[in-house]
Unconditional design. Structure first.
Length: 477
C-alpha cells in the first residue's frame, strides 16, 4: 500500500480540492467505523438492555484512560504538520520514533491500571448490580488492548499530520470489519443460518459481552501492528523510519511534545470526565435511560462525523500552512472547511430528525429504549452545524499550536454548562433524560461561540514556533 500525502502548501493546488482530498478519507473512515461500531452495539443489544448497559457504562471510563495517549497524538500531529510544512523531514521522523517510545512507556501501566480497577470502575459509575459482572469482564479484556489502542491512535494522528489520511482510513475500516466478524463468531452460540433455501450451521463461542470485548481487543491489536509495520516499509516515503535509527528518548523533543500535548490531555480529561459524570447522573434515571442515551450517542456519532473530519483536517491544514509561513492560506482553509462542513451537516441534521426512531430501532428491540432514544435524536439534530463549526475552529487552533484555549473553553462549557445543567435538571428540578440532553446541546452551542471568538482574536497565529531538536542533524544515525 503506497501512502498518498496531500501537499497542503503547493501553490498549484486548489484549496477546495486539498480540503476534500484530506477530509474525505477521515469522513469515510469515521462514518464506516461508526457504522460498524453501531452494528457492534446492535449485536450486543440483542443480548438485552443489561448487556447494552454493561458495555455502555464501561466506555467513558475507558475513554478517559485513553485520553492520555490521544492527547499525545494531537501534539505529535501539530509538530509533524509544522515540520512537514517547513520541509524538516528528518525531524518529523525523529518525532515518529519518539511517539513509539512514549506509547510503550505509557501503554503498559495504563493497561495494568485498567485491569486492576475493572470491578471498581462500573461501581463508581453507579452501575446496577445486575450488570456489574459483565461490565467487569468487558473492562478486563479491553485492558489488554490499551497499549495497542494507544499505538493505533498516535500513528493515525501522525499519518494525518503528514497529509496522509487514506492509509489510516483503510486500516481502521479493516479493523472494524474484523471486529464485526469476530463479534458474530464470539458473542453468539452455535446457530443455523438459511441462505438461498439452504440451511447450515454456523459456529459460535457463546461468550456474550466477553466475546465483544475479545473481538475488539484482537482486531485493534492486529490493526495497530499493521500500521506500525508500514512505517518501516520503503513505500512510506518521507515518513519511513528504520530499526537502525535511534529510539533513545530525546529530552528536548519530548519536552516540546508534552508542552503542546499537556493542555490537550487536560482537555481530554475534562471531556471524558464530564462524560463519566453525565453517565453517572443518567444511570440514576434507570437502565432504560442509560441504554437510550448510549444508543442515541452512538447513532449521533454517524451524523457528526463530517464535523470530526473537517476539524481533524483543519489541524493538518493550519499546521502545514503556518509551517510554510502562509497565514493567509491557513485562514482560507479554515473558512472553506466551515462552509463545506455546514452544508454537509444540514443534510445530516435533516436525516437525524426524520429517521430518529428508525435509527434507534436498528440497535435494540426494546420499545421503551426506541421511543426515548428517538426523542433524544430529534433534540440533537438541532446542534449538528454549530457542533461541526466548533470542531473546525478547535482543530485550527490546535494545528497552530494554541492548545491551551481549547482546554479552557472545554473546561468552562463542559463543567459550567453541561454538568451543572445536568445536575440541576435531574437532582434539583427532577426532570427526565430529555432535559439532560438539552443541557448537552446548550454546552455545544456555548462552546461554538467561544471557539469562534478565540479564532477571530487571531492570537493563534503566533501561539507556537517549531523548535527542531538538536538531534535533528543526527536523526538518520
Amino acid at each position: 500500500m503506497r501512502q498518498r500525502m496531500v501537499s497542503v502548501t503547493d501553490p498549484t493546488s486548489n484549496p477546495f480540492s486539498v480540503i476534500i482530498t484530506l477530509a474525505w478519507p477521515i469522513f469515510l473512515e469515521q462514518v464506516l467505523v461508526s457504522l460498524v461500531q453501531s452494528i457492534d452495539t446492535a449485536m450486543v443489544g440483542f443480548l438485552g438492555a443489561n448487556a447494552t448497559a454493561s458495555v455502555a457504562i464501561s466506555q467513558n471510563p475507558i475513554n478517559l484512560i485513553n485520553s492520555v495517549i490521544l492527547a499525545l497524538g494531537v501534539g505529535f500531529t501539530t509538530m509533524i504538520a509544522r515540520a512537514v510544512g517547513a520541509g524538516q523531514y528528518d525531524y518529523s521522523k525523529l518525532l515518529i520514533r519518539q511517539s513509539i517510545v512514549v506509547v510503550i512507556a505509557l501503554g503498559i501501566p495504563l493497561s495494568a491500571l485498567c485491569f486492576a480497577l475493572s470491578r471498581q470502575i462500573p461501581i463508581w459509575m453507579g452501575a446496577a448490580p445486575e450488570i456489574l459482572d459483565d461490565a467487569q469482564i468487558y473492562i478486563r479484556i479491553i485492558a489488554f488492548s490499551m497499549l495497542f489502542r494507544g499505538l493505533l491512535m498516535v500513528l493515525t494522528a501522525i499519518y494525518r499530520g503528514f497529509g496522509d489520511s487514506r492509509t489510516p482510513m483503510l486500516i481502521n475500516v479493516a479493523i472494524n470489519i474484523l471486529n464485526v466478524v469476530g463479534n458474530y463468531l464470539l458473542i453468539y452460540d452455535v446457530h443455523d443460518v438459511t441462505l438461498f433455501g439452504h440451511t447450515f450451521s454456523v459456529w459460535g463461542a457463546n461468550l456474550g459481552v466477553a466475546g465483544a470485548a475479545l473481538s475488539t481487543t484482537c482486531s485493534q491489536t492486529l490493526g495497530s501492528l499493521t500500521l506500525l509495520l508500514m512505517c518501516f516499509l520503503p513505500r512510506s516515503g518521507p515518513m519511513r523510519i528504520s530499526v537502525h535509527d535511534s529510539f533513545r528518548p530525546s529530552r528536548d523533543t519530548l519536552q516540546e511534545v508534552f508542552r503542546v500535548s499537556l493542555p490537550v490531555m487536560f482537555e481530554r480529561f475534562t471531556i471524558s470526565g464530564a462524560f463519566v459524570m453525565t453517565s453517572s447522573i443518567i444511570a440514576t434515571l434507570g437502565t432504560v435511560s442509560l441504554a437510550a442515551n448510549s444508543l442515541a450517542a452512538q447513532a449521533e456519532s454517524l451524523s457528526f462525523m463530517p464535523g470530526f473530519a473537517f476539524g481533524t483536517a483543519a489541524t493538518t491544514l493550519v499546521g502545514q500552512s503556518l509551517g510554510a509561513n502562509r497565514e493567509d492560506l491557513a485562514r482560507k482553509y479554515v473558512r472553506l472547511s466551515g462552509w463545506i462542513g455546514s452544508i454537509v451537516m444540514l443534510f445530516m441534521s435533516f436525516l437525524l430528525f426524520i429517521l430518529s426512531e428508525n435509527i434507534i430501532a436498528l440497535f435494540t428491540p426494546d420499545e421503551q429504549v426506541i421511543v426515548l432514544g428517538g426523542q433524544l435524536l430529534k433534540i440533537l439534530a438541532f446542534i449538528q452545524v454549530p457542533q461541526m463549526l466548533a470542531m473546525v475552529y478547535s482543530g485550527a487552533l490546535k494545528g497552530a499550536g494554541d492548545t491551551k484555549s481549547p482546554f479552557l473553553i472545554t473546561l468552562f462549557s463542559m463543567w459550567g454548562v453541561r454538568i451543572l445543567g445536568s445536575v440541576l435538571v435531574v437532582r434539583v428540578f427532577h426532570k427526565d433524560l430529555r432535559w439532560v440532553c438539552a443541557a448537552m446541546c446548550l454546552d455545544n452551542i456555548v462552546r461554538f461561540f467561544l471557539y469562534l471568538y478565540r479564532y477571530l482574536q487571531g492570537k493563534w497565529v503566533t501561539a507556537y514556533t517549531l523548535k527542531a531538536s538538536s538531534e535533528e542533524n543526527t536523526a538518520k544515525a
